[in-house]
Structure formats: C-alpha cells, structure tokens
Design a protein around this ligand. Sequence first.
Ligand SMILES: C[S@@+](CC[C@H](N)C(=O)[O-])C[C@H]1O[C@@H](n2cnc3c(N)ncnc32)[C@H](O)[C@@H]1O
Length: 305
Amino acid sequence: MKNLGYTDDFLLKQGNTFNLIKDIDDNSIQLIVTSPPYNIGKVYEKRQKLAEYLKAYADFAKELYKKIAERGHVCWEVGNYVEDGEAYPLDIFFYNIFKDAGFKLRNRIIWHFEHGLHASKRLSGRYETILWFSKSDNYTFNLDPIRVPSKYPGKRSFKGANKGLPSGNPLGKNPSDFWKIIESDWDKEIWEIPNVKANHPEKTIHPCQFPIELVQRCILALTNENDLVFDPFMGIGSSAIASLMHQRRFLGFELDKDYIKMSQDRIQKFQNGLLKIRPLGKPVYQPTGREKVSQVPTEWSKLCE
Ligand SMILES: C[S@@+](CC[C@H](N)C(=O)[O-])C[C@H]1O[C@@H](n2cnc3c(N)ncnc32)[C@H](O)[C@@H]1O
C-alpha cells in the first residue's frame, strides 16, 4: 500500500473504492469480506439500471483478483435487487462476475435471520447469501476455530477399528453453509423488557450493518493472525472490529465520511471495552410459548379454532 502512503497495519480510508483499489499492492490481501450496495436506493447509493450497476463490478472483480494473495479469499454478501416487484437475487449475477475474473466458488452460504419486512405480494425474505470464493486451490481454511457444538456428541462408531469410540470431533461439528446469525435481538428484548423497541446490542443508524459475528466466522476460518483483511465497502466498521478482535491487519474503504467517523468511534469503544458485541456462537433465543406475545390473542382464538 505504498502508493496510498499506508504505514499502519490498520487503516480506514475515506473515498471511492473503485478508484482507491488500484493503489493496493498486488497479492497482499488474505481476505476480502464485504457487502456492497445492492442498488436498491438506500441513503448511500444512487439507483441505476441493473446492467449498469453490475458493469462496474466486472472490472472491480478483476482488480480484486490481482490484489488477493495466492491462498486468499473473497466473502461477498448480497441480497435481492427488486425492480417493478420482480426479484433479482444478486448472487446469481455476482457468481458469473467473480467466476469470469478467475475466482473459484467454495460455498454459497445462506445467512438466515428471523425478522424483516412482511411482504404482501410474495413470501417475506428471510435470508441473504455470502458467496465464498478462493483465488486458488491451495487456500487457507481453518475449520476448528468455527466449529459449533455437535447435536449428538455422545454418538459412537458401531463398527470397524473405532467401534465403541466417540465418532464425532471433541471440538464440535462443521457449522455448515446455513448460518443462523441474528440480525436483531428483537425477540429477547421484547419479551424481557416489554415495549422496548427493536434492538441488537450492536445496532447503529447504518441501515445495513453486518453482525460482527458473521465477519468473525469468515475471518477465523479463512485467515491467520497478522493476515490482511480488506473491506471495500466498510460502512460503520464491523469488519474492522472483527479483525481487531482476532489480531488481523485491516484496510477499509468507505465513501461516507460520517460512517468513517462512526467506525472510528466504535473502534475506540471496542478498545476501551465499552462496545456491546453479541458473543460468537451465542444461541439464538427460542420462545418457550409461555411469553405473553407468543400466545394467540383472545380476540383471535375463535378464528383459530
Ligand atoms: C451494505 S453497506 C456495508 C455495511 C457494512 N458491512 C457494515 O457492517 O457497516 C455498503 C457501504 O458501502 C458504502 N459505499 C457505497 N459506494 C461506495 C464506493 N463507491 N466506495 C466506497 N464505499 C461505498 C456505503 O456508504 C455503505 O456504507
């Protein structure tokens, strides 16, 4: 990053990613983890025709390919673009863009969450996807740090040399390509403190921020300590915080100076131990059925008979 004058191992840079990318050293990045604008008219983007929007990313993906180290990866998180009520899952288009740039897909991860807008003319959307690509076949992959508890840890082999011995892994099982990471602790908050508004411990005013837990998984599995993590659409710095938590170097670009300022404030809070972070792997709250809001209202009980 000599051309950008970076001397630090940790840098947040305000500016346009499509221009700044050229100044990053080739083969220097171990992981790109990001969520680009979806072209759906959020405050930070200008809506374009879908083809126009995608065109800019074709060249961008080729640039990213040059910047990534031989054992490195991209985790590209997207949802749907919607035009005149018709849905266009963006990962379908981005798959081809990244494939054409030379990347190889390893998983299409489903990120499932429970809450969001209720659709009236189609089914409500409750997942987005993370396309995980690597640059080569010789890539970094650390499964142990992201293992999750086994469903049946007491299972034993019933034949062969290991007959009678535990058959699973004591560190847990592979988390699979279906990630249930909550966007909002709405459930728990509303049950425990009635009438408190939707609240995730990490929530800020940014309309589309990552849960830090989601980035942590990508970082732990796909990088090692001191590797460089890059987020070209950094928002309010969730990927920066996850990198700091796990002793990775970090580079982030963000167009909006207020988001840069918010990222810096969150990082400062994190360093002072004051940032509320939902712990990695904390189970998602399951209603027991005894809570008032999980019971059918008396006015409806006749209709439900
Ligand atoms: C989907 S949000 C990413 C949110 C982020 N994952 C987080 O946790 O905060 C996309 C971000 O990209 C920024 N952005 C949009 N176009 C950009 C560009 N050309 N260069 C740099 N940043 C851009 C937006 O301001 C927005 O904050």
